[in-house]
Design a protein around this ligand. Structure first.
Ligand SMILES: [Zn+2]
Length: 205
């Protein structure tokens, strides 16, 4: 997790470092020397040593995130601000707010590559349960929405029987020895589609 940050946006010191800085200041070390030692501006060193900057570190993103989540047996419901398409959002000053499900993904599963979407396998936009989130492209997003009936039925494509999640599961099952025929039946697709998916000819991601 990131270090506790203090209110001055120029500096980022942990609690321990702030404690050390204050102790050194009390023992007579000059602010200019403290600034050099901690790699911060002299005015910030003065602000910290004199106690002008607040004592308590800002809450981490994860703490702020969890404070707004109501966990249920399946979905984690976002209880704070909800914006476009029912997705939750969380403040991220000085930048704009960020979608809560993306924050969840990054906190618990890992970085989101540029241009990639975080999709819900539970089809519940305010849900932020990391286990219900997976990565996909805009194309997957549209296909996913079509499949789950969020867009006009006419937009259903012939491949809409599969989701990214389904494809991942299918490939994993295939690697574990499941036959193409059994997978085709399980996922409601034809043998050829199943074969193409498992060989990576289609659904490249
Ligand atoms: Zn969910």
């Amino acid at each position: 997790m990131p270090k506790g940050t203090y209110r001055n946006k120029e500096i980022s010191l942990s609690d321990k470092e702030v404690g050390e800085l204050r102790q050194l200041a009390r023992s007579g070390v000059r602010n200019i020397d403290l600034a050099r030692q901690f790699g911060i501006p002299a005015c910030s060193a003065h602000a910290i040593s004199s106690g002008r900057i607040r004592k308590h570190p800002r809450k981490t993103l994860e703490e702020r995130f969890l404070a707004k989540v109501q966990k249920t047996d399946s979905c984690w419901l976002w209880t704070a601000s909800i914006r476009n398409y029912g997705y939750g959002q969380i403040g991220n000053r000085p930048g704009p707010p960020i979608p809560a499900h993306r924050v969840s993904y990054e906190l618990y599963k890992g970085p989101i590559p540029a241009g990639i979407f975080v999709l819900h396998c539970c089809d519940n936009p305010p849900c932020v349960n990391p286990d219900h989130l997976f990565l996909g492209t805009q194309k997957d997003n549209i296909r996913d929405a079509a499949e789950k009936g969020r867009t006009a039925r006419g937009e259903r494509k012939k491949n809409a029987k599969l989701t990214r999640q389904g494809v991942s599961e299918m490939r994993a099952a295939r690697l574990n020895g499941a036959s193409l025929k059994s997978l085709a039946i399980r996922y409601g697709v034809c043998f050829q589609t199943c074969s193409d998916v498992c060989r990576g000819k289609t659904w490249k991601f």
